[in-house]
Design a protein around this ligand. Structure first.
Ligand code: IVH
Length: 684
């Protein structure tokens, strides 16, 4: 049937465009064209209700923001694990297992990933339902959000069974967690306490596009419905075969492991504990599971915990020290950030002497006083945190902390606005601390990436009044730079060169670099994609702004305020004058984009890798196997069976000379072809 073919074609095209739009941020068609395709698909689907598919782009794009999550009843309850904190407890677990079964057992050893459990269901090899654990019996349907995770395949390979359920842990890498928190602090939002909470917060977003902007990962540890499987070890390896891949570059001790007796587990635990800092995400122990599934079944459960597994948890890395003082630092947006100054203490191999206290409410809630003995821990194994004061050790000499009424740097008044967790300095640009932080932010790696502008230099530039607004950076000259202390010719050249290079940064990075309060990296990207230029963004109304994913009233208000200030307009004009990218460029389309080439036989004029890299540079895909989907077979001398196949399937065959001509023509057409332009209307 013709319509069915067209529906399939439209679905696959629209999926590709969604991916380019939301994930790559590089659309290749205008929004009007996109709407046209989507409407055509809607019409056809209306005409053929029998061809309905929950995965159709019409089902997803039409309702990106959900009103709430619906409930999912788990096929089998999602249970928890009993914990062990000592060797004795682990040995007792082993003894009980052997006693109940009446024979020796092998175990698998897996990391206990500290994230949150989810269930993924596949029907006819397609991912159709993803859910949180919830109360174990019922969870929330978060299918759309889980679809944005790269680690979760949408389709299983052909040889997979029809119905499969995979369970595992969704987590965030420690580095990504820190970045996310920096962004939240920039926005005046309370930071997440640990990567686990951050992952949970990211997964339970009603707008799946917010989830898509957070680099969540999936770690599989259980599967059901798999064929011919008798052990947990096979489950783990089978899942990898189905496409649930582990990240590259993990330390070797995280590999799937099968051990013969509990002594091996205890030895491995030592390695896990000593080397846990090598793992890019948080693990809070290791899980020991009876390997044989038959044995597991025989052992069964007590309450909500299986008798066949145990979580051997790491001892917490917490230490007690003295809180000597609380200092206040002024951030880029003027936020006053309280920092704990601690009597230095070693925690898990690192000396800790400072810890963030986040904001005044947190200090009050935890009842932390200057002079207190405090319990300190490294959350995410990285950021030191104060867990609580040890009140029993109080002498009565401890002092309550109060946020200053005046900025510690510029003495302007400080204010705390309703709805904000932070207190702010009102000094604006007259506050040197703010300007220094703004400059550091502007030059940062995720913003303008001005390599030679570090924190010390930012401070000198501001203090020596060479830079009084970020735009001044682009009008610095060598003579004035040489007036800085200990700043020679070479340093000046390097700095000027990296400033020059920053002019190539794309619009979304410039927008982020401007440091508009509440506009983090992800929001900046969405705004850049939506408005395409600083002029259109500057002219947007509150309603226009709120139409952008992830942008609510508060961000919109902040943007309006930013553009309403005359001095900001002045900065923008000077940045434009300096030649920064203040509009979005659509990704350049390459002449051979998406075309599949297969090379066969001996080439005379270049080597195969050369041919391949020239083709790929023009957007082509070079495949080693010939299928009917291939667009061209390049046949060199002595081509064998592939040539015959191509001829019988009607795949066009190119000789080497023809390939060369095609490459040359494509290369020159690419040099002259104009950039693709993209319609400015928002996609909703
Ligand atoms: S197996 C019936 N394996 O720990 C046993 N759980 O405390 C079900 N977890 O809810 C869990 N890594 O969220 C298992 N390798 C692993 C795990 C793991 C982390 C989490 C999971 C579970 C919780 C139980």
């Amino acid at each position: 049937m013709e319509d069915q073919k067209e529906i399939e074609k439209l679905r696959s095209e629209l999926n590709e465009h969604n991916y380019r739009y939301y994930v790559l941020a590089a659309p290749i068609i205008s929004d009007a064209e996109y709407d046209h395709l989507l409407n055509r698909l809607r019409d056809l689907e209306k005409k053929h209700p029998e061809l309905f598919s929950p995965d159709s782009p019409t089902q997803r794009v039409g309702a990106p923001i959900q009103a709430g999550f619906s409930e999912v009843v788990h096929l089998t309850p999602m249970l928890s694990l009993a914990n062990a904190f000592s060797e004795e407890e682990v040995r007792a677990f082993d003894a009980k297992v052997k006693k109940l079964l009446g024979h020796e057992v092998g175990y698998t050893i897996e990391p206990k990933v500290d994230g949150l459990a989810v269930s993924l269901r596949y029907s006819h090899r397609r991912f159709f339902q993803g859910a949180t654990r919830g109360d174990g019996e019922r969870g929330e349907d978060i299918t759309l959000n889980l679809k944005s995770l790269r680690d979760i395949p949408w389709d299983l390979p052909e040889y997979a069974p029809q119905e499969v359920e995979v369970r595992g842990e969704v987590y965030l890498n420690k580095a990504d967690f820190e970045r996310l928190n920096e962004e939240r602090l920039d926005k005046g939002e309370a930071p997440f306490a640990n990567p686990r909470n951050a992952a949970a917060g990211s997964l339970r977003q009603l707008d799946p596009r917010v989830t898509a902007g957070r680099p969540l990962h999936f770690w599989p540890y259980a599967g059901s419905g798999l064929r011919g499987i008798t052990t947990q070890y096979q489950v783990l390896t089978d899942l990898e075969g189905l496409g649930f891949l582990r990240p590259n570059g993990l330390p070797d001790f995280l590999q799937n492991r099968l051990i013969r007796n509990i002594d091996d587990a205890l030895a491995l635990f030592k390695i896990f504990n000593d080397r846990r800092h090598e793992v890019p995400f948080e693990i809070d122990g290791m899980v020991i599971k009876v390997n044989s599934l038959k044995d597991q079944e025989a052992l069964g459960f007590v309450g909500r915990e299986p008798r066949w597994a145990i979580a051997y948890k790491f001892p917490a890395i917490q230490k007690t020290t003295i809180l000597k003082d609380i200092q206040v630092q002024v951030g880029r947006t003027g936020s006053l950030n309280p920092v704990a100054i601690l009597e230095p203490v070693e925690i898990g191999g690192v000396v800790v002497s400072r810890a963030s206290l986040h904001n005044e409410d947190e200090i009050e809630r935890k009842d932390i006083r200057i002079g207190d003995a405090v319990l300190v821990q490294r959350a995410g194994d990285v950021i030191p945190q104060i867990v609580m004061p040890i009140k029993e050790r109080r002498t009565g000499e401890e002092k309550l902390f109060q946020m200053p009424e005046r900025c510690p740097v510029c003495s302007s008044h400080t204010v705390r606005l309703p709805g904000y967790a932070m207190r702010y300095c009102t000094g604006g640009l007259s506050c040197e601390a703010q300007l220094i932080e703004r400059l550091k932010h502007f030059a940062g790696r995720r913003a303008m990436d001005i390599e030679h502008l570090g924190s010390q230099l930012a401070k000198s530039l501001v203090e020596k009044k060479l830079v009084q607004s970020i735009a001044d950076l682009y009008f610095l000259n060598k003579d004035s730079l040489l007036t800085l202390e200990r700043f020679g010719e070479k340093s000046a050249d390097n700095l000027l060169e990296s400033i020059e290079k920053s002019k190539e940064r794309p619009f979304s990075k410039v927008l982020f670099a401007l440091g508009i309060p509440e506009v983090g990296e992800v929001t900046a990207k969405y705004l850049a994609e939506h408005f395409m230029s600083i002029d259109l963004l500057g002219r947007a109304s509150l309603e226009d702004l709120e139409a952008v994913p992830g942008v609510g009233p508060s961000i919109s208000e902040s943007i309006l305020q930013f553009f309403g200030e005359a001095h900001n307009q002045n900065v923008l004009e000077r940045l434009a004058q300096a030649g920064l990218n203040l509009q979005q460029r659509a990704k350049k389309q390459r002449p051979l984009d998406g075309l599949i080439f297969v090379l066969t036989g001996r080439l005379e004029r270049f080597t195969r890798p050369e041919a391949q890299s020239r083709l790929e540079a023009l957007g082509a895909v070079v495949s080693s196997t010939l299928t009917k989907k291939a667009n061209f077979l390049v046949a060199g001398a002595e081509s064998g069976s592939k040539l015959e196949k191509a001829q019988s399937w009607g795949v066009p065959v190119l000789e080497e000379e023809e390939l060369l001509r095609m490459l040359d023509e494509s290369t020159s057409s690419e040099e002259t072809s104009p950039h693709v332009t993209v319609d400015l209307k928002g996609r909703s």
